[in-house]
Design a protein around this ligand. Structure first.
Ligand code: NI
Length: 223
């Protein structure tokens, strides 16, 4: 499932993030790529160990990790460290699959889901679409600033060359409690159904209790 999620950063948080972005220092993104990805990665990555970097990291982490749709669709167990990526004219990131493991704190996570949170508006750059190969098709994705796309880390994807302007995004990875993408999708559908039915049925009704039991037991079975 490729899931776009709107307004992960509201306009106030986005403005705050963009202010801090201007204060960051950047280095060659190839330093953090895997062996094969290194050859196709042409971008810059922010140093998040500075004071503004750390502040921005906290803001972005809490916006992504607390988002109810991210929680429902990803069933997160752990999040990786975030990367902030800047791609300028001529830059891009050729077709690749993300590393199977990514660092978090002193350890690493298995990457089940990848996300890209767009930080610059689509009219700030030409090209630079995130193209994800999914179910035999290529999906081209360029979202509004503050919006996020969530997709399985198992998919090949690329960032098309930026023809002009600057593309700023935040990327990260999630280890899910539910390893299989199909199982996560079922749980997500069930959670949206539950939210819809909650408009009609009281929380303590037999229908809602039964649905909660099914949902809880599927989570146990899938994890
Ligand atoms: Ni990637």
């Amino acid at each position: 499932m490729l899931l776009p999620i709107a307004n992960v950063l509201d306009s106030a948080k986005l403005a705050e993030a963009q202010e801090m972005l201007a204060l960051l220092t950047w280095r060659d993104g190839a330093e953090t790529a895997g062996k094969t990805a290194r050859e196709v990665k042409r971008n810059l990555q922010a140093d998040l160990s500075t004071r503004s970097g750390a502040k921005l990291k906290t803001l972005l982490n809490s916006a992504v990790q607390q988002h109810p749709t991210v929680k429902a669709a990803a069933q997160p167990r752990q999040f990786s460290k975030l990367l902030l990526s800047k791609t300028e004219t001529g830059g891009g990131y050729g077709l690749h699959v993300d590393n199977s493991y990514m660092p978090t704190g002193n350890s690493e996570i298995r990457t089940d889901l990848s996300f890209t949170l767009f930080l610059s508006p689509p009219d700030a750059y030409e090209g630079g679409e995130l193209e994800i190969q999914h179910a035999g098709q290529a999906f081209s994705i360029k979202l509004a600033a503050g919006d996020l796309i969530l997709y399985p880390s198992t998919n090949l994807h690329q960032v098309k060359p930026v023809q002009s302007g600057t593309r700023l995004v935040c990327v990260g990875w999630i280890e899910s409690r539910v390893k299989r993408s199909e199982d996560r999708e079922l749980l997500y559908e069930l959670s949206t159904l539950k939210a819809a039915l909650a408009q009609q049925y009281p929380a303590q009704s037999p229908e809602m209790l039964k649905l909660s039991r099914i949902q809880g037991n599927l989570k146990r079975r899938f994890s």
